[in-house]
Ligand binder design. Structure first.
Ligand SMILES: [Zn+2]
Length: 169
C-alpha cells in the first residue's frame, strides 16, 4: 500500500459509519428491525445490537480482522511483520470477544466486508434477515409458553411419573 492508500484505509476503518456498516444498517431499518449502535458496555463494542432478541452483529473489514488472506486482502509488502502481528492480534481479540458474548447468552453474527460487495450483497442481506427472523420466532415461542403459565413439557411428563395412580396399584 502507498502511504495515501494506507491513510485512506485507516480513516475509512476508524470512522463509525464505514460504508459496509451503513449498508447493513439501512437494510435492517428498512426491514423493520430496530437496534442500537456501538454499544460500549458489551465486549468488542458490537456495531449493531438487537437487545430484544439478544443478538449482536459485527461488520468486519476483511483486512483489519484478517478474513481470507490472498482472497480478500494482501499483506502489505512493507512492514509486513508489523501488519501480520497486528492482524493476528485483532483476530485473537475478536475470538475472545465473541466467546465472552456467547457465554453471556448473546447470539453473535459476523458480516464480512466482502459479503457486502455488489456481487454478494443481496444474498447476504436476505440471509441476515432470515436469520434474525428465525431468532425472533424462536424467542417468541419460548416466551409465549411462559406467558400462558404453562409448565415445560418435560416437567409435565415428570409429574405423571409420580402420580397417585402408581401408589393405588
Ligand atoms: Zn473477506
Amino acid at each position: 500500500m502507498t502511504p495515501l492508500q494506507r491513510h485512506r484505509c485507516m480513516s475509512h476503518i476508524r470512522s463509525n459509519d464505514t460504508k459496509p456498516e451503513m449498508i447493513v444498517r439501512k437494510w435492517l431499518w428498512h426491514e423493520g428491525f430496530r437496534y442500537r449502535l456501538h454499544v460500549k458496555s458489551l465486549h468488542g463494542t458490537p456495531d449493531i445490537v438487537l437487545r430484544k432478541i439478544k443478538t449482536v452483529i459485527f461488520i468486519n473489514g476483511c483486512f483489519w480482522h484478517g478474513h481470507k488472506e490472498g482472497e480478500c486482502f494482501r499483506m502489505p509488502k512493507s512492514n509486513t511483520e508489523f501488519w501480520e502481528n497486528k492482524i493476528q492480534r485483532n483476530r485473537e481479540r475478536d475470538t475472545l470477544n465473541y466467546m465472552r458474548l456467547k457465554s453471556q447468552g448473546w447470539t453473535v453474527l459476523v458480516v464480512w466486508e466482502c459479503q457486502l460487495n455488489k456481487k454478494n450483497r443481496t444474498q447476504t442481506l436476505q440471509a441476515l434477515s432470515m436469520r434474525l427472523s428465525k431468532i425472533i420466532l424462536e424467542r417468541n415461542t419460548v416466551k409465549s409458553c411462559y406467558q400462558y403459565g404453562e409448565e415445560e413439557p418435560q416437567q409435565l411428563i415428570a409429574a405423571e411419573d409420580v402420580s397417585p395412580y402408581n401408589k393405588q396399584r
